[in-house]
Design a protein around this ligand. Structure first.
Ligand SMILES: Cc1cc2nc3c(=O)[nH]c(=O)nc-3n(C[C@H](O)[C@H](O)[C@H](O)COP(=O)(O)OP(=O)(O)OC[C@H]3O[C@@H](n4cnc5c(N)ncnc54)[C@H](O)[C@@H]3O)c2cc1C
Length: 310
């Protein structure tokens, strides 16, 4: 792995740096490149402008690895209210969340109970609920909870990471459920024994997974692909593949992150592809922001410029 990327991912785990960064005005300015603000209202305001241009939305409140059950209650209450606010805003907007935000580290049953409550509320509002995928120690537990959620709620979607060697087998076991899968490359520092170190291997794995999700049998079973990458080569290979199988432009979906490759986002929508933008908000942005920097260490130049501008 690129040493700057490793360093940034290691720094993403530091509590000391998190405490300092979140109160530092320059860091707070720099983070605005990737999120419109810390409040849901900020996300919905920016999302309203995107919705007017034809985008769907996904929102997520940043946070992970909570340590008290009371926090899981608070996060759940927050998302229940968020669903109400989204309903009032009248936008096509889904919620995505991390199970460690709902207490997975404390007790998987607690995370399941909270996620089931939110899956039920999302289904009542006619919206999909997305479960993020976190680092490898959480993958088995996340998939186990996803399966249990799917027993009751067909509309729940799961994120799968193409960089993990295990993901092809995970997809095999999920396909009979007809899952909605958000395919990503993967954002964490993982050992080579578990994840591909070479970008080309990850990209090939991504394409193979997309290929299987777009196969006629998988689609007939209800599987749906959301391609969540900013990589233009992969996006175009997947578009060609879907077209060659006669899948309409709105028969699969793209989701990109707010502020990243805006020109690609605009092009996708203008070409008639179903496209969402995932907007993050919340005050716990430090580890998430460091993962965004690690994806593109050139962004560090932007951070430094923000630090020296007013
Ligand atoms: C909707 C969505 C949901 C996600 N959910 C998860 C999740 O649940 N779990 C998880 O592990 N990961 C998640 N990710 C992150 C993902 O794993 C990657 O780390 C991230 O998308 C960057 O990889 P990439 O696919 O864009 O490809 P890359 O090969 O990293 O990038 C392709 C191109 O996109 C641009 N780009 C990418 N990242 C940046 C950046 N930070 N700043 C500026 N330009 C950039 C660059 O032009 C780059 O050349 C999600 C990503 C998206 C889009």
């Amino acid at each position: 792995m690129n040493p700057v990327r490793s360093l940034l991912l290691a720094a993403s785990q530091s509590d000391w740096l998190r405490r300092h960064a979140t109160t530092n005005p320059a860091a707070r300015r720099a983070v605005l490149k990737f999120m419109p603000g810390e409040r849901l209202e900020d996300a919905l305001r920016a999302g309203g402008e995107l919705a007017a241009r034809g985008f769907g939305l996904v929102v997520t409140r940043l946070g992970e690895n909570i340590t008290e059950a009371a926090e899981a209650n608070e996060v759940t209450r927050h998302y229940v209210q968020a669903l109400e606010q989204i309903g009032s805003a009248g936008v096509d907007c889904e919620i995505s969340l991390k199970l460690t935000q709902l207490g997975l580290d404390i007790d998987p049953e607690l995370a399941l109970e909270k996620a089931a409550e939110l899956a039920k509320r999302s289904a009542e509002a006619g919206r999909r609920l997305w479960i993020d995928m976190e680092s490898t120690p959480y993958v088995d537990r996340t998939l186990a909870i996803y399966r249990r959620l799917r027993e009751r709620h067909a509309g729940v979607g799961i994120c799968l990471q193409a960089y993990l060697r295990r993901t092809q087998a995970d997809l095999d076991s999920l396909l009979p459920l007809g899952p909605a899968v958000r395919l990503v490359k993967g954002a964490y520092a993982e050992p080579q024994s578990l994840a591909f170190a070479d970008k080309r291997d990850t990209d090939e794995s991504f394409f193979r997974l997309a290929d299987r999700l777009l196969a006629p049998e998988a689609r007939a079973a209800g599987a749906r692909l959301t391609t969540a990458t900013h990589d233009p080569a992969l996006i175009s290979r997947i578009q060609d593949l879907a077209a060659s199988r006669g899948i309409a432009r709105d028969g699969h979906e793209f989701t990109l992150l707010y502020g990243i490759r805006r020109e690609t986002q605009t092009r996708l929508v203008s070409e008639g592809f179903r496209t969402r933008v995932l907007i993050s908000y919340g005050s716990y942005w430090y580890p998430w922001y460091m993962r965004r920097l690690a994806e593109r260490p050139a962004n560090l130049g932007f951070v430094l410029r923000s630090a020296f501008s007013r």
